[in-house]
Design a protein around this ligand. Structure first.
Ligand code: MLT
Length: 326
């Protein structure tokens, strides 16, 4: 497991140096959970390209792949503390910082990517980003995505929730996700992303869930037999910067950072959606058995989880997200 040992304190130096001049050169380290060929990397690299172009070469990035700077929760904490410059992460660990982010763990809320984009790019996404900035010191620059999440396991195809009986399933570090998979009938336990591949390989767990491009990027086809298109949550992957670091930039450079993210976000989403379509066949070719279950019994089984968590997440927020999909 990697922790903070590799972190270069660039962000700390920048934050303590006060507001930088418009002409300063800066290089930001960016943490990614996945590798250089992933859908996350498409967004981060496009952001870096635009940043460099708009700043005429003064502002650059140094991507750090495969959680080299730490697991996702640590990266969010690190950005808030000024120890890590930037990162893209799934929202799984963020409900631990701001309850509103548990919204993305509630099952079957968003039914299409477009519904999620409308919600995230409007007033609700902006309000959630403002809360994260106030409570965790982390600024969302753009709502990039991981995509819809699906189950993989080694035990059996999932034609109905009953097929999850007895399966040892990894969730992200979210109480809502543990409740969801328990309601579906699995033996659910939370685990940091950095431990999942080894746990599947060693047979400590049987099952996990992630979007198709992620399943492909980390080669889960080497340790998982069944891909079940459960599509149970839409998973954003915001591109973020430590709020202190962002504030230390000149106004002109802040505008450049925001513009680069605004250009890169739709490019990343488009790549993610294209990869989702293309890589299902690839995974089948690599030996995974693909199952497309009827989702209705899954939806029915998890309705009590939505009822149980709605007030904690915020009833208005949940209803607005559901309305975006209707
Ligand atoms: C996870 O399952 O922990 C995440 O989806 C990993 C990621 O962000 O790629």
């Amino acid at each position: 497991m990697q922790h903070f040992t590799k972190i270069i304190p660039a962000a700390l130096l920048a934050a303590t140096a006060g507001a930088a001049g418009a002409q300063d050169s800066r290089s930001f380290e960016v943490s990614l959970p996945l590798g250089p060929e992933s859908h996350q990397a498409v967004g981060v690299l496009k952001f870096g390209e635009e940043l460099e172009r708009l700043s005429e070469g003064r502002l650059t990035i140094r991507p750090q792949y495969d959680n080299a700077l730490g697991a996702e929760r640590e990266v969010v904490e690190g950005m808030g503390l000024g120890l890590i410059d930037m990162g893209i992460t799934s929202t799984g660990p963020m409900g631990g910082f701001v309850n509103d982010f548990l919204l993305f763990d509630l099952p079957y809320i968003f039914t299409t990517p477009e519904a999620a984009y409308g919600f995230l790019d409007g007033e609700h996404g902006a309000a959630m980003a403002a809360k994260l900035e106030a409570d965790a010191g982390v600024k969302i620059l753009g709502w990039m995505e991981n995509g819809f999440r699906h189950n993989t396991n080694n035990v059996r195809p999932l034609n109905s929730p009953d097929d999850l009986a007895g399966i040892r399933h990894r969730t992200q570090e979210s109480r809502v996700q543990v409740d969801t998979w328990t309601a579906l009938g699995a033996n659910a336990s939370p685990m940091a992303w950095t431990e999942v591949f080894t746990a599947l390989q060693q047979g400590v767990i049987d099952s996990q869930e992630n979007p198709v491009p992620t399943i492909y990027d980390v080669k889960f086809y080497d340790v998982q037999r069944y891909l079940n298109l459960t599509q149970h949550v839409y998973s954003p992957a915001p591109l973020m910067m430590g709020a202190q670091l962002f504030s230390s930039l000149s106004e002109a450079d802040q505008a450049i950072v925001l513009e680069a993210a605004a250009i890169a976000t739709p490019v990343q989403r488009e790549a993610s959606q294209r990869m989702e379509q293309e890589l299902i066949d690839e995974l089948e070719g690599l030996g995974m058995t693909v199952t497309r279950p009827d989702l209705e019994p899954f939806r029915e089984r998890v309705q009590p989880v939505i009822d149980q968590w709605k007030d904690t997440v915020g009833a208005e927020l949940v209803e607005a997200a559901q309305a975006a999909s209707s």
